[in-house]
Structures are given as C-alpha cells and as structure tokens.
Design a protein around this ligand. Structure first.
Ligand SMILES: [Zn+2]
Length: 393
C-alpha cells in the first residue's frame, strides 16, 4: 500500500546533505509509458559543465523506474552513489518527469502534495457511541472509538480492529440529556482534543444528529471548537466507506472557503501594506524571524534561491555571496526551502490552484506570499553585526 510520506520521512530525506552536485533526485510519471526514459536521455544530453559523472546514480534511477510497482502512478528516486545513499518512493499521485542534481534531495513535489491534501478529523457521534476518523482526500480511516457500556461508562479503543456491536437494543436519541449523557459527551470531547493535539489537522467535521453534535461542540476545548468546518446530519456507522460520499463535498467546500479567506486576507493586507510578505525573499525573512502566521503558495511558483554556507541564512534569490556574512552560498530551490521551514514551524500553508489573474495578489508576489504576525523589528541589511540576531535556529 502506498501511504503518503510522513513528516518524519520527509525530514529523514532532507537529512542527506552532500556537496553541490552529489544528490540526484528523479521524479518519474509512470502513467506515460517510456516517458521518463526519454526525459532522462534529454537530461543527460544537456550541457553539464564541470559536473561529476552521474552514471551510477542514473543507473539506480533507471532500474528503480523499470522495477516500479505497476500500481504506482509516480516514482521518486533519490540517489547519492558516492555516499551509498538510495531511496525509492512509490507515489500514489501523478508527478511531472523531473531530474534535479543538487546538494540535497529535491522533495518539492512531495511537499506540495502533502500540503495540497490536508488531513481532516471527523467525529461521528450519537448518544451511545462515537467514532473518530482521519480523512485524507476525503477517504476516512477509523482511528478511535468511544462507546458507552451498559453501566453508562466509556470504553476507549485507540486502534479499533473490530466491528463494534451495538450494545443497546433501543436508541436513546430522543431522550433529554442527563448527567450520564453529559459524561459521555465530555469523554468524546476529551478524545477529540487528544487527537487534535497529536496531529496537524486542517479542520474538524462533526457528524450525527444535531441534538448531539450541537452539545458536543459546546463541550469542545477552544482549539478544535474553532476548527469545526462542518456540522452535518449522518447516520451512525463505524465503516469509513459509508462516510466517503458525504465527507468529500464537505472537505471540498471547507478547502475552497479556507483558500478564499486566505486570498481575501492577503488582498486586504496588500492594500494596507501591513503585516504581509510578498515574494520569496520577504517570505523567507518572515519565516526565519518566526513571524509567519500562514503561507500562500501558487502551484506555478518555481523560484531559485540560495543558502549561505557560512551563517546558513536562506535567501529567496540566487545570489552568490551572503549579504549578511559575505560567505559563499549554494543554489537551492527557494520554494522547497519555504515549504520545509513552514513544515518545521507548523505554519499553515494554502496551496492556491487557480491560474494567476490580473488582480491576483499572488501573481505580483511571484506565487509566494505570507500573512505575518507582526512587523519586523529589524530590517535586513548588510551589517553583519546585526545579522545574527535575525537568524532563527
Ligand atoms: Zn551568511
């Protein structure tokens, strides 16, 4: 089964750092027969002045593509033969053919997919039982149950492996809420809180009868309560596949609303020229100063950047020397740097799919903008005396 890479797995990949040209990253579109082979031939024919021999790495890539899981839609291969490093990642989403040779793995397509497909937490609840599901791409997985036993006490199971048998002959939906019901809903709210805090969910969806989801919502702590993106009627079930058809439109609507809100906020802040960062350089400054509240990224953004070899500052332009410490830099992909920082700092990312229109604030920002918590309390300049203050660890 092809699971999306976790944050830890992406971090593991990024740990591999070599010299400028040591890591070969290849993305193969497996939905087009032989398409990748042709792409690689073109890539190898391109002029590569002063580059080391990549024959061994390309052999690793070719073999991986030939031996790929026929069910995979794409493949990512990372190879640094000189360091004995090789990772093959089958992908359940399509990617464009691409080969990047750099000092670190190129993981941007994986990060973009990770952010394009955020996870929602779903709670389906009635007066006797609750099931929590996590939904990626609208496909829910059941992750936890809370049920009342005959004595009115709660049983929690973190990893459900069984089909829950109804413990009550009659349903109590019609009854007024008593102390026991309240205890049960508090327990459900507590379970939701635990899951909410353990992962980065884009939102919470409450399903069930409104006479139950309403009181449950009031008992939720502030974080998950503010993150409720939909509350809808749904019959009790513990089978995730019975939720899919109802959950997909709720998630699509929530995603569209989230994107529209972020773009509107960006437009307002652009007008006021207040707490906004436009373009890779400003956004990377904001991230490194810990001031970014959320990030907006157009799918078309592809920006060359640089990282200082001396002070490790990340720059949103392909400059050769660091403006802060004058050390040499190495070329990196600025969009990857931005998404990696956002991931590490838990900054919400809105991937904007629309093609840039004339009044699109993202078009003016080359596809990258950020909403900031505060104005900078220092201005980036070339004086090395002040540079170190602004460098986030
Ligand atoms: Zn520097």
């Amino acid at each position: 089964m092809m699971l999306p890479l976790t944050r830890v797995e992406i971090e593991d990949l990024l740990d591999v750092q070599g010299r400028d040209d040591e890591v070969v990253s290849a993305f193969a579109d497996l939905t087009v027969r032989n398409g990748f082979e042709r792409h690689v031939e073109l890539h190898l024919k391109a002029p590569t002045k002063g580059r080391r021999d990549l024959g061994e790495d390309f052999e690793v890539v070719r073999q991986a593509v030939r031996g790929a899981d026929p069910k995979a839609r794409g493949l990512a291969v990372f190879s640094a033969a000189a360091r004995g490093f090789k990772r093959i990642v089958p992908l359940d989403f399509p990617v464009e053919n691409r080969v990047v040779v750099n000092g670190e793995p190129f993981v941007l397509p994986i990060l973009e997919h990770w952010y394009a497909d955020p996870v929602y937490l779903i709670a389906l609840v009635d007066s006797d039982e609750a099931h929590l599901f996590e939904a990626r791409h609208g496909h829910p997985d059941r992750v936890c149950d809370v049920v009342r036993d005959d004595a009115g006490q709660e049983i929690q199971r973190d990893k459900p492996r069984f089909t829950f048998k109804k413990r009550f002959a009659q349903t109590r939906h019609e009854r007024l809420f008593g102390t026991e019901d309240d205890r049960f809903l508090k327990s459900v709210a507590e379970t939701i809180r635990g899951h909410w805090e353990a992962r980065d969910f884009a939102g919470l969806i409450l399903l069930g009868q409104s006479q139950i989801t309403g009181p449950l919502r009031k008992r939720l702590p502030r974080g998950p309560a503010e993150a409720v993106v939909a509350e809808a009627q749904h019959a009790m079930t513990d089978a995730p596949e019975h939720l899919t058809a109802d959950v997909i439109p709720l998630i699509e609507r929530a995603q569209a609303e989230r994107e529209a809100r972020a773009l509107e906020e960006l437009r307002d802040r652009c007008k006021e020229k207040h707490r906004v960062a436009l373009g890779a350089t400003e956004v990377l400054d904001g991230l490194q100063q810990g001031r970014v509240a959320s990030l907006l990224l157009g799918r078309w953004a592809d920006i060359p950047g640089a990282r200082c070899e001396g002070c490790h500052y990340r720059l949103g332009a392909p400059v050769r020397t660091c403006p802060y410490c004058n050390a040499l830099t190495r070329p990196v992909n600025a969009v990857q740097d931005i998404l990696v920082m956002a991931m590490r700092h838990g900054v919400p990312v809105h991937l904007i799919n629309r093609a840039p229109a004339k009044d699109d604030p993202l078009a003016a920002a080359n596809g990258v903008a950020a909403l900031l918590r505060a104005e900078a309390n220092w201005a980036p300049d070339a004086s090395s005396a002040r540079a170190s203050e602004g460098h986030a660890p």
